[in-house]
Design a binder for this molecule. Structure first.
Ligand SMILES: [Zn+2]
Length: 477
């Protein structure tokens, strides 16, 4: 396999030829969610960006091992458990499942393995022991700290000088050798809420006393557990560059591992120019947004910006993206009707499409090739040129397959935009829904239910929502 893929490597601040450690295989570690709340669209962008990377690597013939962790212990998870009066692991499990279903609904492949931090304390203790033995870490006051002055390369990834850095914000400074030393392990403080609290408070025994892991330590321990001391790509959101990834490098390299050879960072989703935050309420939860657009349209929208570009989220931009996706879908449907058969998604892709993805995952340029092909395919259909129309249709199917946007593939095929049938039905269904509303108004619930059941019997499902009833066509089995 010759080198064709080039990726932007944050650690060199340049686009580099991608050459894996082992020919034909790629190992990827992606920092996964801290499961303190269900995901909004900003959280899920990272999973989606790296799903596109993984699918492109696989389409290029690589065998990919993809590890994405779950941070299931963290101050905010503990706090939420305390606020709700439930064990931390109940909060973590609930939100881990919300993340899993959001990844699933957007068509992100499940990771090869998804390690949880709490299941890897022995690996973390082992890593801390190596760091203490080699003089890069020390125990103090029940905690264990990384000695940043012992690692001259500290700051290289994020391009900072140690002397310019702020103190690490993760614990009291008075036991540290340097205020910028960061916690590998947080000791259980005698008399603290953690020491006395209810069932489920986390504490593990170590040679340095009981406590729980620091966030940075978890990823170093889990990455090497599953990918070994050297692996190909480490990914995550741009907001993790410092201190999280800087600290991961310090821990792993000080312990003697080579660690990641390429560092990839995706940009944020912004609203009104600012990083999306949890204070924005529920309207941007993935589970809510996929009530407003089809999941495949959300995948198209979030994937359509280059992964290193900020994506300013708005319902208007999402609607435009959905319309662009429906142009692709509409062409494929018309072509299939005209040609009388199904598209061949194993057809040869236009070389410009492959070249765009090989150039640091240029999805916007790749989608431009898709839309150009749709336009020429529509022109071919209009001219009755079925040979060209077939070529265009199959090329579009092959390209959208790679990006996991092919409307003829599961799961999207079950969510097809049945536009024409829906438009014809809409006025009829509206009449029935108005009659039902009138029946409810006069408290004639028998009639209201009968109208609803009548629709259901015709395969039209009615759901009552805060903004009124919404109907959909039942899926055929
Ligand atoms: Zn991480």
């Amino acid at each position: 396999m010759g080198v064709t893929l080039r990726l932007y490597d944050t650690s060199t601040r340049s686009v580099r030829d991608f050459e894996p450690v082992r020919p034909g295989e790629v190992s990827v570690y992606l920092c996964g969610a801290t499961v303190q709340a269900p995901p909004h669209v900003g959280h899920i962008r990272s999973g989606l960006a790296f799903d596109i990377l993984r699918r492109w690597l696989e389409a290029s013939g690589y065998r990919v091992t993809f590890i994405r962790n779950v941070t299931d212990i963290d101050d905010k998870i503990l706090q939420r458990g305390a606020d709700e009066g439930v064990p931390f692991w109940q909060v973590a499990m609930r939100n881990e499942r919300a993340f899993t279903s959001a990844y699933d609904v957007l068509g992100c492949l499940p990771p090869t393995y998804e390690p949880r931090a709490t299941g890897h304390v022995p690996e973390m203790v082992d890593l801390m022991q190596r760091l203490i033995d080699s003089g890069h870490a020390y125990a103090a006051g029940g905690d264990v700290y990384f000695d940043v002055r012992s690692f001259p390369e500290y700051g290289a990834l994020s391009g900072q000088r140690l002397d310019d850095m702020q103190p690490a914000a993760d614990s009291d400074a008075d036991v540290k050798r340097d205020p910028r030393d960061f916690a590998l392990w947080k000791g259980t403080k005698p008399g603290s809420a953690e020491a006395t609290a209810h069932q489920g408070e986390p504490s593990w025994q170590t040679p340095w006393g009981p406590g729980r892991p620091g966030w940075h330590l978890e990823c170093s321990a889990m990455a090497s557990r599953y990918l070994g001391p050297v692996f190909d790509i480490h990914g995550g959101g741009m907001d993790l560059l410092f201190p999280h990834h800087e600290n991961e490098i310090a821990q792993s390299q000080a312990a003697g591992d080579t660690f990641a050879r390429y560092w990839m960072h995706n940009a944020w989703v912004t609203t009104s120019g600012e990083k999306m935050s949890k204070s924005l309420g529920n309207s941007l939860l993935v589970s809510e947004v996929v009530q407003r657009v089809r999941p495949v349209e959300l995948r198209y929208y979030l994937g359509s910006a280059h992964y290193r570009s900020m994506l300013e989220f708005s319902d208007e931009a999402m609607a435009e993206a959905a319309a662009a996706y429906r142009r692709i879908e509409g062409f494929l449907r018309r072509a299939c009707e005209e040609l009388g058969d199904a598209p061949d998604s194993s057809a040869v892709r236009p070389s410009a499409f492959d070249a765009a993805l090989d150039d640091d995952l240029g999805v916007p340029q790749a989608l431009a090739v898709v839309h150009d092909t749709v336009r020429s395919g529509n022109a071919a259909l209009a001219a009755g040129d079925l040979v060209s129309a077939r070529d265009a249709r199959d090329a579009v199917a092959a390209m959208t397959s790679v990006l996991w946007l092919n409307p003829y593939e599961a799961p999207w095929s079950a969510q097809a935009d049945d536009g024409a049938a829906r438009r014809a039905l809409a006025p009829l269904v509206e009449v029935v829904l108005e009659q039902r509303a009138a029946a409810r108004e006069r408290k004639d619930f028998g009639v209201a239910d009968a109208l609803r059941d009548g629709l259901a019997g015709s395969g039209i499902l009615v759901e009552d929502t805060p903004s009124g009833p919404r109907w959909s066509l039942a899926e055929e089995d």
